[in-house]
Design a protein around this ligand. Structure first.
Ligand code: UDP
Length: 331
């Protein structure tokens, strides 16, 4: 593999796993991360870390030139949905406007390929589940809108300039590197498997179950949990595709096409740990859909990628192993 891949947000949760997958596949990697939510120790030492904001054109363009960057994988951004409702301009700045700057730097420096971290939040509350890529995009929060706007920019830019792109719409990303090299480290978790792992390791006393009256088999919310290392591997395959087919662009769901309920997830945690995590049944959070599951036929057709870690207990085990490591690190 020739050339270097620039990974924004490479010090964060998903980005740090993408860095590992790229390095393991033989790519050279330069990370651009402002370390606001990421950690320098999360960046594999085989990669170069440039501490900068992705909207800092001078630093980003210098990194592209200095390292011979041929492709960008763009993970940096803000990801807390309720915060996006209370502070929408932060999301339009950090996600939409900063992405605009990054894309401009990519075009100006002749970067050929761009892979974007998008989200199932672009669909809003889907009418049909499993949800297909051509379903209506009606985000119900500024987070989803800020990501959809970036998808739209990429489509227009790829039509005008010699760059192609893949946008991967993530479902519920969970787990950690099976070799224990990275995991989800950000404090103040809101995601179910991370919260359950914190409860299992004594960091919190119980898990709240948000809503028991959804239109699902057991009444709790159903989601398509995808292992972060599978997700990272999909990015590496997507890059190969963009290189092989420079006139093609792809927008693909990244999920397994099957869902588990909140209670099924907590039962899996109990089985893996031999504990009984305390559940507190509570009301729904604002804007939570009943079920969100990917139709993943597009990604399976476009890429050689196949899930390798699509076992719920395995995802939980990897999340737990990382949580224990974090607990040791933090004393
Ligand atoms: N959830 C829950 N308790 C929690 C966190 C999440 O019951 O402490 C539920 C949430 O309502 C949803 C599912 O778990 O049905 C996944 O939520 P998460 O926040 O992990 O991801 P989202 O699907 O909202 O992006």
């Amino acid at each position: 593999r020739e050339g270097t891949v620039l990974v924004t947000g490479g010090a964060g949760y998903i980005g740090s796993h993408a860095v590992l997958a790229l390095l393991d596949a033989g790519w050279k990697v330069v990370v651009v991360d402002n370390l606001v939510t990421g950690f320098d120790w999360a960046v594999d030492p085989r990669a170069t870390l440039v501490v900068a904001n992705i909207a800092d054109d001078d630093k980003v363009r210098a990194a592209i030139r200095d390292h011979g960057v041929i492709a960008i994988m763009h993970f940096a951004g803000s990801v807390v949905v309720p915060e996006s409702v209370s502070d929408p301009l932060k999301y339009y700045r950090n996600n939409t406007a900063a992405s605009r700057s990054l894309i401009e730097s990519a075009v100006a420096e002749g970067v050929k390929h761009f892979i974007f971290s998008s989200t199932a939040a672009t669909y809003g509350i889907p009418e049909v589940v499993p949800v297909r890529e051509d379903s209506p995009k009606q985000p119900i929060n500024p987070y989803g809108m800020s990501k959809l706007m970036t998808e739209i920019m990429l489509k227009d830019v790829a039509a005008a300039h010699p760059i192609n792109y893949a946008a991967l719409r993530y479902f519920n990303v969970a787990g950690a590197d099976p070799q224990g090299r990275s995991g989800q480290s950000t404090a103040g978790a809101t995601h179910l498997i991370k919260i359950a792992a914190e409860a299992a390791t004594g960091k919190r006393g119980h898990v709240s179950v948000f809503g028991t009256d959804f239109d699902t088999p057991d009444g709790t919310g159903v989601r398509d949990y995808i292992h972060v290392s599978d997700l990272a591997a999909a990015h590496v395959d997507a890059l190969d595709l963009l290189i092989a087919k420079p006139t093609e662009n792809h927008t693909m769901n990244a999920g397994y096409g099957r869902g588990f309920s909140v209670l099924q997830v907590l039962d899996a945690v109990d089985r893996v740990t031999n504990l009984t995590i305390e559940r507190k049944l509570e009301g729904r959070r604002a804007g939570d859909p009943d079920a969100l599951v990917a139709d993943n036929s597009a990604i399976l057709a476009a890429l050689p990628w196949r899930p390798k870690h699509d076992d719920l207990e395995g995802i939980v085990k990897d999340a737990l192993a990382w949580e224990r490591k974090l607990a040791e690190r933090q004393g």
